[in-house]
Write a protein that binds this ligand. Structure first.
Ligand SMILES: [Zn+2]
Ligand SMILES: [Zn+2]
Length: 534
């Protein structure tokens, strides 16, 4: 039987690395990343003890995750309690996507629940304030299954511009105005990295969020014009200002869209180097009406610019509920410092929910990606895959044991810690728990009693109800066949861009109808088909 000790104790040899350089020509993709790098110096193997995680697995199902089935059910659109902060995972893993888990997205709502917001009638209502943190590949499907309408998805905080964290923005931006987001889409994210290209002439690309939004807005021009025969603007929209939302800059749409139009795309670019060393220098959003404050801080991930966020909400009883989402990062000190959450007097208060990424050991990641049941170093391309996974981890991620170590550095401990960006299966979680507990014996993960756990692994449709002194885990019960989310359509709506002389929608204004087969043939005075659709 192969053990994890054997697996993790085996390092990639120089010969493997050279073999890898040949494989690179074939564009091998293991660990979700195409190989295209030259061989680099390989480090000597680091002695690490076994973590009790044997492969072939000793009884854990490798293709399922049974823990979520023990959670209380959550019904979509259940109104929030006044003192409740709700954290819903719409995506929870890293590339490649799995049917069970889309890429990263976290939806945070705060109470109270408002019925008939913005002059709407008959809709489901909405939270007093709500925020999307990242929107990776595939997450829109989960938002719709959860019956979350686009009008509630207007504030997006991107941690970094990797596609597994921002890909679905195109759908959220484009389809919002066709439904109930009749005002702009607001996108917070990092400014330019400042990293020069190593290739002559050493270009300094503008790789920040504002440039991203400018290019996205123009790339979506055909879509946005074509759908602009529908109303895209609410007549009484209170356009936010730098002051009213506590922003670090004026919220101005890129391009020529009006500041109250649904196809407005508003970047709020953040200075990613700031972390509150000078009080207030890292505030991304501070809304005195909804009592939500969101701050940012730099993390270490792939390229300069990646950030984590902290959300603090003052509940009606005056107690502050808090959540940190570090997103992707190597283990580093700013996240742990943020999670200590010191007050103005320097006293650490801790956070309610601490969400941080975790990555599988390179051997297990490669094993999973190749569909193996144990780390078979003799399998074709296995060692090359391990080598690739190691380089990805060195640039970007937090291994299981490192996660345990950094968690041990956070005192007071978070009330609930969530490992995310992780492919959850019974075997991967059981193995990861061993690594975490090696550094954090106080960690409790109990599949049979979810609400006694102080650490969990995120999975899609997991819902955390956070209240003063109480966090409850739930799992949403949804249909695979939901058509769409019920909407809170605001009223009154403005005249659409493509309209008739009477100010009505003009659905054919952008069309050449020469070859159209009409319902009624005026020449022969006969009906070709019925106008009512039947
Ligand atoms: Zn990622
Ligand atoms: Zn990333």
């Amino acid at each position: 039987m192969k053990t994890a000790k054997q697996a993790t104790g085996t390092d990639v040899t120089r010969r493997d690395a050279l073999k890898l350089s040949g494989l690179a020509l074939g564009g091998l993709a293991v660990g979700g990343v195409a190989v295209g790098t030259r061989p680099r110096t390989v480090r000597a193997g680091q002695p690490c003890g076994p973590n009790g995680c044997d492969y072939p697995n000793n009884g854990w199902p490798t293709q399922q995750y049974t823990y979520p089935t023990g959670l209380d059910p959550f019904t979509p659109n259940t109104p929030l309690d006044d003192d409740e902060m709700r954290i819903t995972f719409l995506g929870s893993t890293f590339p490649p996507s799995r049917r069970a888990q889309q890429m990263m997205s976290i939806f945070v709502e705060v109470g109270p629940w408002i019925q008939n917001p913005n002059g709407s009638t008959g809709g489901p209502g909405q939270a007093a304030d709500s925020f999307i943190f990242d929107c990776g590949v595939g997450v829109v499907t989960n938002y719709k299954a959860m019956q979350i309408g686009y009008g509630r998805m207007d504030k997006l905080f991107i941690t970094h511009l990797h596609a597994d964290h921002m890909n679905d923005l195109s759908a959220i931006y484009c389809f919002g105005p066709s439904e109930d987001r009749k005002w702009p889409m607001y996108v917070w994210g990092h400014g330019p990295s400042g990293v020069k290209s190593p290739m002559p002439p050493r270009r300094l690309y503008d790789d920040g969020t504002k440039a991203f939004c400018q290019h996205l807005r123009e790339a979506m021009r055909w879509h946005t014009e074509s759908f602009s025969f529908l109303p895209t603007s609410w007549g009484e929209y209170p356009i936010p200002t730098r002051h009213s939302w506590g922003l670090p800059c004026d919220p101005v749409p890129v391009g020529d869209d009006a500041p109250d139009d649904g196809f407005g795309l508003v970047p709020i670019e953040l200075d990613w180097t700031k972390s509150g060393q000078v009080p207030g220098d890292n505030v991304a959003y501070r809304n005195p009406t909804t009592r939500v404050k969101i701050t940012h801080f730099p993390v270490i991930h792939t390229r300069k610019g990646s950030m984590g966020y902290k959300l603090e909400w003052t509940a009606p009883n005056g107690q502050v509920l808090s959540m940190i989402y570090t997103s992707d990062t190597r283990p580093e000190t700013i996240s742990t410092d943020q999670a200590k959450n010191k007050d103005a007097n320097g006293v650490p208060r801790g956070v309610d929910v601490f969400i941080h990424e975790m990555i599988l050991p390179p051997e297990l990641l490669t094993m999973k990606n190749l569909g193996l049941t144990w780390p078979d170093h003799a399998y074709p391309n296995f060692n090359a895959g391990v080598y690739m996974a190691k380089t990805v981890e060195e640039s970007s991620h937090t291994p299981q044991g490192a996660f345990g170590y950094l968690l041990s550095q956070i005192v007071p401990h978070p009330t609930l810690t969530v490992a995310a960006h992780f492919p959850a299966a019974d075997d991967t979680v059981a193995c990861a728990l061993n690594s975490v507990k090696a550094h954090c014996p106080w960690v409790i993960w109990d599949p049979k009693h979810p609400n006694t756990s102080n650490m969990i692994w995120a999975t899609d449709l997991m819902v955390l109800s956070v209240k003063p002194g109480q966090i409850t885990q739930k799992l949403a019960v949804v249909s695979d066949y939901t058509f769409g989310a019920p909407q809170n359509v605001p009223s009154p709506l403005k005249t659409p861009k493509y309209h008739t002389a009477d100010g009505l929608m003009d659905p054919t204004a952008q069309l050449d109808l020469t070859t159209l087969i009409p319902p009624y043939d005026k020449d022969t005075k006969t009906w070709n088909y019925c106008e009512n659709g039947y």
